[in-house]
Design a protein. Structure first.
Length: 96
């Protein structure tokens, strides 16, 4: 068929990392700030002992747009497979 798109090819990327980094970090909160040149995303962990900085990622505005597009696409695919994600109101996230 002339209008049929060829199958998308997935590019394999090998990422080398140390053992500590490959375990990942858990974050349950985040702050975002920006300037004309960059976005700063601070991934936080709210815990009974206080709020802790888990990671800080600094990206260009163009890369931020790609990140948002990738997050939106993956969330859409997640919800189509597992159902809608329930967003908890900020006041409900306190430790008791």
């Amino acid at each position: 068929m002339p209008n049929e798109k060829p199958p998308e090819r997935t590019q394999q990327i090998q990422v080398n990392t140390g053992d500590e980094m490959s375990r990942g970090r858990y974050s349950n909160n985040m702050l975002v700030s920006h300037s004309p040149e960059e976005f700063i995303m601070e991934w936080l962990l709210n815990s009974p002992s206080g709020t802790h900085l888990v990671s800080r990622i600094i990206v260009s505005p163009g890369h931020m747009k790609r990140i948002i597009d990738a997050f939106s696409d993956n969330l859409r695919r997640y919800e189509s497979k597992f159902g809608a994600v329930r967003v908890i109101d900020n006041k409900d996230q306190a430790f008791h």
